[in-house]
Design a protein around this ligand. Sequence first.
Ligand SMILES: Cc1cc2nc3c(=O)[nH]c(=O)nc-3n(C[C@H](O)[C@H](O)[C@H](O)COP(=O)(O)O)c2cc1C
Length: 186
Amino acid sequence: MDVRTAIRQRRAYRSLAPAAIGDELIADLAECAGLAPSCFNKQPWRFVFARGEGALSRLRSAMNPGNEWTNEASLIVAVCTRRDLDCVMKDGREYALFDTGMASANLILRATELGLVAHPIAGYDPVKVRTILEIPADLTVVTLINIGSRADAIRRGLPDWAVAAESARPERLPFERFAFIDRYQG
Ligand SMILES: Cc1cc2nc3c(=O)[nH]c(=O)nc-3n(C[C@H](O)[C@H](O)[C@H](O)COP(=O)(O)O)c2cc1C
């Protein structure tokens, strides 16, 4: 699969079915994430791959209402970082979240290439997640990436907007709203 195809194929589906999560898959996803660029190669990302039934069921209790569809995830990747693990420029620019986001995108696209759904979320209690996964308190849990196979049928109980999103990608901004040539025109 070429990169463009993976980018187009990736979707935040909410109807998940079980997927086999072996050590090789985790190593593969971690390798692809870890090959992302980062400021001075600081590699500020940290990932916890939760695949055991105990960890997964405890994580379910940390999800916000509306994210019950994550109950069917076979692997939940907690993506963590800390400001000082990456460049903090004198003028205030900080790169930990940016670089961790690039690593996460690599992981998500690789999962897509492998035929999996990889859906990042912000709707969870980060304090609970840290406790469940024994993540140090000074790390930010930036996202949980929910991974599984795509279910054949749409999950029951999804709200109408989410049902619609299972078949049609939510709309994107047109080129002229976010891309400019030669000068900013927003
Ligand atoms: C940082 C972030 C947080 C998100 N949080 C949630 C969430 O809590 N629950 C959810 O169902 N989807 C969540 N999503 C998925 C987005 O709703 C989805 O990516 C967006 O609607 C675009 O759809 P698409 O990814 O299928 O193109 C999140 C995505 C990102 C990147």
